[in-house]
Design a protein around this ligand. Structure first.
Ligand code: ADP
Length: 343
């Protein structure tokens, strides 16, 4: 295989956020689909790990795929599909559960955090929330993936996928490629505007701290203008002492950064958040510029999304073709894995 293979995904547990876009989707669009053989998936099986409503899940999966296209994923350059349309993910997940230990699963930070949240809300925890990283490892390994471009929040899961690939290969023979994680240079972790110590997560309850890609322009402005800042008054970039201001600076820097890409843009217009801090003497001005930058960033995505919604058969066709190609890539490797373990 001459080109690097890339796999990444979005979980349809809520509406896509600015965090998903800056931390992941934008780089898929601007870089990954150009230089590599890239697969992007709406990982709907992962959405079953928490309480869910079937009709809402179906709607959100569709919306996520549509927004990925609206953001610029090009079906002629990459493969876009829905995870549950490709049986190989679930098939390989079981083998990954048989490769991992329960201790490894219990150590995952996201499992601990989400379990605490579910239990605090009086809910029970689905077993699949614990085994989630096995399915994620299967997602990645089924395709012989070389690179996994994700935000920081996924680092531990990708690391586990590496460990499982190595362990499987050692024990049963070289079936899997050991993948590497790649992260974006800025905005690897966009934080909640109202609680800048917690990440802007689409699965969280909807609050004014989360900017959604489909928010109306005025809603975006209001949310950014009301972002929690810190008690100081000087604009400095300090993630520890001034997380709210640092978050705004990172968002602004990310919005202004053209990113390097095979599409011909170079990233030289980007400024580091530290540098931007020096250009502001008040929080108000910083918020205003950030709000406008986010509005500009999202405008074309919202417009393209509306166009795509008017043409559902186009989206259907993209997802059907994507699933077919994904199946063809995954099946031989998953078959080889089944055979290697003695099945
Ligand atoms: P979420 O946590 O919002 O449900 P997913 O698990 O579906 O998101 O992740 C989709 C991609 O978006 C992943 O690559 C993840 O690292 C990235 N991502 C999610 N939230 C953020 C954030 N707040 N900042 C940066 N990247 C993020």
């Amino acid at each position: 295989r001459s080109r690097r293979r890339i796999f990444s995904g979005v979980k349809p547990t809520g509406h896509l956020t600015l965090g998903n876009y800056l931390g992941a989707v934008r780089r898929w669009v601007q870089e990954d689909q150009h230089g590599a053989d890239a697969l992007f998936s709406v990982v709907d099986l992962h959405a079953l790990t928490v309480e869910h409503d079937p009709a809402r899940l179906r709607r959100l999966s569709r919306q996520a795929a549509t927004l990925m296209l609206a953001s610029g994923l090009d079906p002629d350059r990459c493969t876009l599909f829905v995870q549950s349309h490709v049986d190989e993910h679930a098939r390989l997940s079981y083998l990954m559960e048989c490769t991992a230990t329960d201790g490894e699963m219990r150590r995952m930070i996201q499992y601990k955090e989400k379990t605490a949240r579910e239990r605090a809300g009086g809910g029970s925890v689905r077993l699949s929330l614990l085994t989630y990283p096995a399915l994620m490892a299967a997602d990645i390994l089924a395709y012989g993936t070389d690179e996994v471009p994700v935000g920081d929040d996924q680092a531990q899961h990708v690391e586990l996928a590496r460990v499982l690939a190595q362990r499987f290969n050692q024990r049963y023979g070289a079936v899997f490629t050991v993948p590497r994680m790649t992260r974006p240079p800025v905005a690897a972790r966009v934080m909640d505007l109202q609680d800048p110590t917690s990440k802007m997560g689409k699965s969280h309850a909807e609050t004014a701290g989360i900017v959604y890609l489909l928010d109306e322009e005025d809603t975006v402005r209001r949310k950014v203008m009301r972002a929690v800042t810190d008690s100081g008054s000087e604009v400095v970039y300090d993630r520890e002492a001034q997380p709210g201001v640092a978050n705004l600076l990172e968002i602004l820097a990310a919005c202004m950064d053209g990113l390097d890409g095979a599409d011909g843009t170079d990233g030289t217009d980007g400024k580091a958040p530290e540098e931007l801090a020096g250009e502001y003497s008040s929080y108000g001005a910083l918020k205003k510029d950030t709000a406008e930058a986010v509005v500009e960033l999202l405008r074309p995505i919202r417009a393209r999304h509306a166009e795509l919604c008017a043409d559902p058969s186009y989206v259907d066709g993209v997802l059907r073709a994507g699933a077919e190609r994904a199946r063809g890539l995954a099946r031989p490797r998953v078959d080889a894995a089944y055979e290697a373990v003695g099945l």
